[in-house]
Design a protein. Sequence first.
Length: 457
Amino acid sequence: RARAEVSGLVLRHRGRTDVTPLIRVDRLQIATSIFGAVRRPTRIQDVRLEGLKIHVPPGGLDREDYDRRPDRPRTGTPVVIDEIQSEDAVLEVATDEPSKPPLRFDLHRLSIRDASLDRPLRFDATLTNPKPEGSIETTGEFGPFDRDEPRRTPVEGRFTFTRADLATVGGIAGMLSSSGEFTGALGRIAVKGKTKTPDFRLKSAGHAVPLETTFRAVVDGTNGNTFLDTVRAELGSTTILAEGAVAEEEGEDGRSVTLDVRVRGGRLEDTLRLALKSRTVPMRGTLRLDTSFALPPGDRDVIERLRLDGAFSVADASFGSARIQKRVDDLSERARGEPDETAGRADENVVSDLKGRFTLRDSVLRFTELAFAVPGATVTLTGTCDLQRQELDLRGTLRMHAKVSETTSGVKSFFLKLLDPLFKGRRGGSAVPITITGKTTDPSFGVDVGRMLGGKK
């Protein structure tokens, strides 16, 4: 059996010495039989690589140019390698911006079979994904290698992504697993797959909710950007649909996630359980949601960087706390002028027409046009919910069909008649300025005395 060893091997792009080499190998060991060395094509049984570094340069043709370009005539390959093995190799994918460092992947194990320049080679590899940190196993075919435009080199295969620790992202947690397949050219790879995170959670709230997704995307190998054609996420019992991109914006150090998100027929309690610390979700109902989603790069926690701007509505809403629900039930009865008939009608007191607009900046939800109704009353509110502190600060108006004096009976009703003019609504009934403040787990409901005395409702 013949053996050979080469040190300091360098393969350059079109022979250029002014750019980073395509391939650099510190040490190369070759083993083959005498018969394999003299046959045509030459057949090498085994190649071992130490210190392998693969560099994919920027540039390349777009898809239309690629389709129009005539096929290069092929000749028989002079060498076929049965197996190439490497450990602790490095794959670098350069970006289009010279000031940006290349994307780096550490390949702990790389095995290539049936390698030659005029046919696809088969590979399997194990590598570490930097963020979220996890292990990727991938198998597939690569090539034939395009020496003029390396990014046009075909690639296809399958992958599994395991033990991905979302805590390495910052502000979220859970162990993600993923699997899928990819195909295309090295510079433009179509990917489809699915993910599963049984314990997804925001660190600010700490409640685990199962999250599963399926997705289709295109990865632009010239800059590492990913364009999400379709994402379907199952958060608990809620289906979330999204599309957008994970791309590097001009002037930013890192990639931003920008999505258009929509929910139809979801469950409000799934989103509240994820966002709030309270053991009991404060409200349940059927959720409709449309929002933009922007997550810029940075070291701050996800909830601090996340930006939302959207609108929502909830049908058949009810409060998760029996104490709060009873307050609302009592309010409904009194708002209808029936203060002594508070029993046996809770089924009528479901919150209806809950809707509003919201934004999220710096972990604070700001509500505008927030409104809901119960039989006999409507409530309109504006204000904030601090997701870090888990605190509410909402102010608005309670409009009731009944006068204030009709919300109670007996002596109280007599004295409250003196206040009826103060709370008189524009269309009859009464309008009371209110506040909802305090912790999300135990909010306080009160009258906004300042607005009441100021005459604004």
